[in-house]
Design a protein around this ligand. Structure first.
Ligand code: NDP
Ligand code: GDR
Length: 373
């Protein structure tokens, strides 16, 4: 689909609202920021399955950034078949956010966009705050003025909150646990959390914070530790790599599967009243335990490949996250389907297959062994 990204998207963007409404007046309409990310792709699949029309806001990039959703993209020129549409916007551009709310008239707005890398947020703190904190405020304020101008009080808002907000507060962490953020990213997510609570209390907007613990998948960005490990496992297994450079192996995380977690986002918006929910597996494992399972699964020993590089240590670390998601389980009826070992093996299986395909290209001289797609 990449080749026709430009014209059809911008053309469809203006024509879409009317066309979609005329074709299927009863469909619910969702608007997703961050649709090109890991969670955006799973949430889009989930909502399309539920019969929604899905609109995603994507930012302009010099390269195509839609790899995770290419498989569900249908050219909008196929009248009636394209139920996911993409539009250019940016969380740093308030006017674009308000315009798309007015044009698309969504029933549910999922704010998933973020500079989501914790370590990178120490390198670009100002930008991180602009997107993660002020970007969420821009979207909430756009939504408030949209509702005020149109009377569409039924519109619901989901804010992608994070377990990073708990930071150094010891586990188990629940909705009542105090926040103690340890990075510019986490502090910005705390601001976004409280903006969301404030817009709910001040203006009566149906707005929910999902406080999601780490969730991973084969679509996880390659510089998050889980995917960095499983990518390396695949490449080491087929002989394209030998060393893996990592930082702190003792950090503990409550890792779940992204496909399970997007369902919880949707469930939050189906309740009578808006509220905030922790979403977690309630199990925690160290990075070292992740290495054991991932390398062991394909018969490798991680100690023969992993090298500690201080570059990957953070100025302030979050040592131990383990969620208490009893509220989500009781009120929403949500529970995770994929456990830790199954998740690690799913990611390794996919990355071994990916590495095999890379090997074919390397052997044929189409790709350098150091190069990764
Ligand atoms: P990703 O990093 O995979 O995706 C982030 C998305 O945000 C991408 O679509 C990205 O676009 C988009 N984006 C970044 N900057 C901007 C901007 N200025 N304007 C518009 N869009 C922008 O994150 P995940 O899918 O993993 O996470 C989704 C959300 O949930 C994020 O807010 C994250 O902070 C939060 N979260 C994630 C958790 C996890 O474990 N995955 C846990 C808790 C919270 P592009 O593709 O162009 O880069
Ligand atoms: P996290 O995820 O910071 O929890 O944020 P990440 O995978 O980046 O780090 C998890 C832990 O692994 C340690 N670590 C390394 N991390 C990375 N990225 N690279 C390494 O080489 C490495 N070596 C060790 C880290 O120090 C850390 O302790 C993720 C993001 O998705 C956020 O957006 C989200 O809000 C939180 O999860 C919940």
């Amino acid at each position: 689909m990449a080749s026709d990204t430009d014209a059809p998207r911008s053309e469809s963007a203006t024509a879409n609202g009317d066309a979609a409404a005329a074709e299927s007046p009863k469909r619910k309409v969702a608007l997703i920021t961050g649709i090109t990310g890991q969670d955006g792709s799973y949430l889009t699949e989930f909502l399309l399955d539920k019969g929604y029309d899905v609109h995603g806001l994507i930012r302009r990039s010099s390269n195509f950034n839609t790899q995770r959703i290419n498989h569900i993209y249908v050219d909008p020129h196929n009248a009636g078949k394209a139920r996911m549409r993409l539009h250019y916007a940016d969380l740093t551009d308030a006017s674009s956010l308000r315009r798309w709310l007015d044009d698309l008239l969504p029933d549910e707005v999922y704010n998933l966009a973020a500079q989501s890398h914790v370590a990178v947020s120490f390198e670009i703190p100002d930008y991180t705050a602009d997107v993660v904190a002020t970007g969420s405020l821009r979207l909430l304020e756009s939504l408030r003025s949209h509702i005020s101008a149109t009377g569409r009080t039924h519109v619901k808002y989901y804010q992608a909150g994070s377990s990073e907000m708990f930071g150094s507060t010891p586990p188990p962490q629940s909705e009542t646990t105090p926040f103690h953020p340890r990075s510019p990213y986490a502090a910005s997510k705390c601001a976004a959390h409280w903006y969301t609570v404030n817009y709910r209390e001040a203006y009566g907007i149906y707005a929910c914070n999902g406080i999601l613990f780490n969730h991973e998948s084969p679509r996880r960005g390659e510089n998050f530790v889980t995917r960095k490990i499983t990518r390396a496992v695949g490449r080491i297994k087929v002989g394209l790599q030998s060393k893996l450079f990592l930082g702190n192996l003792q950090a503990s995380r409550d890792w779940g599967f992204a496909g399970d977690y997007v369902e919880a986002m949707w469930m939050m918006l189906q309740q009578e009243k808006p509220d905030d929910y922790v979403v977690a597996t309630e199990e925690s494992h160290t990075v070292e335990e992740f290495l054991e399972v991932a390398f062991g699964y394909v018969g490798l020993k991680w100690k023969e490949h992993v090298v500690i590089d201080k570059r990957y240590f953070r100025p302030a670390e979050v040592d131990n996250l383990k969620g208490d998601s009893s509220k989500a389980r009781k009120v929403l009826g949500w529970k995770p389907k994929v456990g830790f070992e199954k998740l690690v093996k799913m990611m390794v299986d996919e990355d071994v297959e990916l590495a095999k395909r890379e090997k074919v290209l390397v052997d044929a001289g189409y790709m350098d062994a150091q190069q990764q797609p």
